[in-house]
Design a protein around this ligand. Structure first.
Ligand code: AP5
Length: 215
C-alpha cells in the first residue's frame, strides 16, 4: 500500500500539534512530532535525550543525524501520517525525499500555517501541558475547567521549558532563517498550500481538510 504523508509547516505556536492531533482523530493520520519524540527522550534520559536537551532549551535545532534516526524509525511503521515539526531545514527535506523513495511513499501536501509573531508569543506564553497525558491547553483560548488542572487526569498543568519569551523569540528567529526557506522549496514542487492560522482551531481545520482534499 502506498504511504501518504502530510507536512504541517509553520512557526512555533502556529497550531501544528493541535491540527495534527485532529487529523489523527478524524482521519486516522498517525501524528509524528519530532518535538514530542525528543521531549520523551529527554524525560527518559536516553542518549538522544541527553544530546537534544541543551539545543531545545536554547530553542535551536537539534543536529540532523539525531532527528533523522528518529524519523526513519517512526516512518517505517506507518502508512498515513502527518509530520509536525519535520522537516525543519532544506537538508532534512532532501533526506525526507530519500526516505520516501526508499519506503515507497509520497508527500501529498505541505501545509503552511500562517500566523503573526505577536499572536505566537501570546499563544505560547499561555500554553499549558498535562505532564501525565500530554493534553495541550491554552489559558486564553482553551483553558482547563478546573484551575490549572488537567480535565482528564486532574494533574497540575505545566509550562514547557522553552515557552518563555526569550526562547520563543529565539525559536522564531531560527524558524525564519532555517525553516522558512522550505516554503519556496515546496512551492517549487507544487505541493504547498497556505492556511490562515490566526482563526479558530475549527476554521483552520476546515481549511486543512479542504486543501489536503480529505474526505
Ligand atoms: P517543537 O515541539 O516542534 O516546537 P515548535 O515548532 O516550536 O512548535 P510548538 O510545539 O511550540 O507549537 P505548535 O505549532 O505545535 O502549536 P500548538 O498546537 O501546541 O520543537 C521543539 C524543539 O525541538 C525545537 O526548538 C528544536 O530544538 C527541537 N526540534 C524539533 N523538531 C526538530 C527538527 N525537525 N530538527 C531539529 N530540531 C528539532 O499550539 C500552541 C498553543 O496555541 C496551544 O496552547 C494551543 O492550545 C493554542 N492554539 C493552537 N491553535 C490555536 C488557534 N487556532 N487559536 C488560538 N489558540 C490556538
Amino acid at each position: 500500500m502506498e504511504r501518504i504523508g502530510l507536512i504541517l509547516l509553520g512557526p512555533p505556536g502556529s497550531g501544528k500539534g493541535t491540527q495534527a492531533k485532529e487529523l489523527e482523530k478524524r482521519f486516522g493520520f498517525v501524528h509524528i512530532s519530532t518535538g514530542d519524540l525528543l521531549r520523551k527522550a529527554v524525560r527518559e534520559g536516553t542518549p538522544v535525550g541527553k544530546i537534544a536537551e541543551k539545543y531545545m532549551k536554547e530553542g535551536v535545532l537539534v543536529p540532523d543525524d539525531v532527528i533523522l534516526n528518529l524519523v526513519n524509525e517512526a516512518l517505517s511503521r506507518v502508512t498515513r501520517f502527518v509530520l509536525d515539526g519535520f522537516p525543519r531545514n532544506i537538508s532534512q527535506a532532501r533526506k525526507l525525499e530519500d526516505i520516501m523513495q526508499k519506503i515507497g511513499g509520497r508527500i501529498k501536501r505541505a501545509i503552511l500555517l500562517d500566523v503573526s509573531d505577536d499572536e505566537i508569543v501570546k499563544r505560547l506564553l499561555a500554553r499549558r501541558i498535562c505532564p501525565s497525558c500530554g493534553r495541550v491547553y491554552n489559558l486564553i483560548t482553551s483553558p482547563p475547567k478546573d484551575d490549572n488542572k488537567c480535565d482528564v487526569c486532574g494533574v497540575q498543568l505545566v509550562k514547557r521549558s522553552d515557552d518563555n519569551e526569550e526562547t520563543i523569540r529565539n525559536r522564531l528567529a531560527v524558524y525564519r532563517k532555517e525553516t522558512a526557506p522550505l516554503i519556496k522549496y515546496y512551492e517549487e514542487r507544487g505541493i504547498l498550500s497556505r492556511v490562515d492560522a490566526s482563526r479558530s482551531p475549527e476554521e483552520v481545520f476546515s481549511s486543512i481538510v479542504k486543501v489536503a482534499e480529505l474526505k
